[in-house]
Design a protein around this ligand. Structure first.
Ligand code: EPZ
Length: 420
């Protein structure tokens, strides 16, 4: 087990590039199962635990997988997939493994996937995924903790999500592309990762319109071929460096993520007194000596992303004034608050709202990561704190970042990975 030893007080500065978006790569790895011929190639793929887990899932299904960690290139040949079961031990490691259900059902007419179960940030049911498959004609049964879906051939339909679900939209997209006839998804997720998945599927031969809007139309085709693709840059990794620069009064240029993928976040950072400039595929932030506080409401894209809520809270902890964070996506995504309080933050939780009264400075302490983004928030808080901090359970952070400490060291942070 590793921990991060962090010494606060350095203003971050310099340039950093982000890898491909984890949340774009994961569904694309699942979508590679749809190709009955050719080799899928994904570029700039980050070497993090979630990507490695998803590759393990599809190789368990019989796909041939190679991940060249130096060139960050993934190649997948799914022509000889011969199993349709995603086992508990892999799905429990990463709930996004549930994304193989759509492609397996579409290509083979059968899928047996362990139910993902909850996680630290909430119950995270998959009822919307299941209802979508049923509407497309699949027979669903749930036995021994597995969801089994069967369908001779899926039939196009109109389906309406109760609420925009990111992977729910992706799972249904990946089943409808091979269904008979037309499918319309209403109240679809509009995230950039969903748009990029649609680009990827269209390259494979799928017929999709409306990606990025709340209404996506898919016309089923008979087969899909494997293609090459460079997924979009990781807007959550980019946001991590922006909030790190904001919280340490630094000046950082982040390459690889278009500003429009983070417009809600950039708007809030300007609210907090940061100067933001940007170009086609880069964003530069110049932070003030002290941030001003602001209020944040998380919402489905293009609203403020729930995944950057904890990081924003770390920056708000030392801002001038009082801010309220209203978490409207997950029911338990304030686990980082108790840890931020150990660093001296003044935060009160009332239901799904947290009130943050900015303090002059935080002070180093021993804290513990509870999920990917909570861990990243603690790193940001520790870099802005006076003195030394120890952040344990770094394996949570390693799920969504490739050697986060190396990139932060490049920007001048005093952070080291050490063995417990
Ligand atoms: C995706 O999770 C991301 N994961 C999450 O990022 C992200 O936090 C989340 O979207 C919200 O943006 C991946 O893309 C792999 P949802 P997902 O379905 O798809 C409820 C990270 O850090 N819901 O959009 O699981 C759900 O409980 C991870 O990389 C249902 O009720 O999220 C939540 O309250 C953490 N029934 C809301 O909808 C369903 O069938 C949004 O969830 C599905 C979802």
């Amino acid at each position: 087990m590793y921990y991060f030893a962090v010494e606060g007080g350095t203003r971050l500065s310099g340039e950093i590039s982000v890898g491909a978006s984890k949340n774009a790569v994961l569904p694309m790895i699942a979508a590679s199962l749809l190709a009955d011929r050719g080799t899928t190639v994904l570029k700039n793929v980050p070497n993090n635990a979630d990507v490695r887990t998803m590759l393990a899932v599809i190789s368990q299904l019989g796909a041939e997988v190679d991940f060249d960690k130096k060139s960050h290139k993934v190649t997948i040949d799914a022509s000889r997939v011969n199993s349709y079961e995603a086992p508990y031990d892999l799905v429990k490691k990463m709930r996004a493994s549930f994304l193989v259900m759509g492609p397996l059902l579409a290509r083979f007419g059968v899928a047996r996937v362990s139910q993902p179960g909850g996680c630290a940030i909430g119950a995270r049911p998959v009822d919307q995924h299941i209802r979508g498959f049923q509407k497309l004609g699949a027979k669903i049964s749930e036995t021994h903790g597995y969801t089994v879906a069967k369908a001779k051939r899926l039939r196009g339909t109109v389906l309406h999500f109760d609420r925009p679900t990111h992977t729910g939209t992706e799972n249904i997209l990946m089943s409808a592309v091979l269904a008979e006839g037309k499918t319309v998804i209403i109240n679809a997720a509009q995230d950039p990762e969903v748009v990029d998945l649609c680009e990827f599927l269209k390259k494979m031969g799928a017929k999709i319109e409306g990606a990025g809007t709340s209404r996506i139309t898919i016309r089923g085709v008979s087969s899909l071929k494997a293609v090459e693709h460079k997924p979009i840059g990781d807007r959550l990794e980019a946001g991590t460096f922006l909030f790190a620069a904001a919280a340490t009064g630094g000046k950082v240029k982040v390459r690889g993520c278009p500003p429009e993928h983070l417009s809600a976040v950039l708007f809030k950072l300007e609210d907090m007194g940061a100067k933001i400039t940007g170009g086609r595929n880069w964003i530069e932030i110049s932070a003030p000596r002290r941030l001003k506080s602001t209020d944040i409401i998380t919402d489905p894209y293009p609203g403020f992303p729930t995944d950057l809520q904890a990081l924003a809270m770390a920056a708000l902890s030392i801002a001038e004034g009082t801010g309220v964070v209203w978490e409207r996506i997950f029911e338990n995504r304030f686990l980082h608050v108790m840890e931020l309080q150990r660093l001296g933050a003044n935060i009160t939780i009332l239901g799904d709202r947290a009130t943050i009264i900015g303090v002059d400075s935080l002070s180093g302490a021993n804290v513990m990561a509870s999920d990917i983004r909570a861990g990243a928030a603690l790193v940001i808080a520790a870099m802005s704190a006076k003195g030394k901090s120890k952040i344990s359970r770094v394996y949570h952070i390693d799920r969504g970042y490739e050697r986060l400490e190396k990139k932060l060291q490049k920007l001048g942070a005093k952070i080291k990975r050490k063995e417990e």
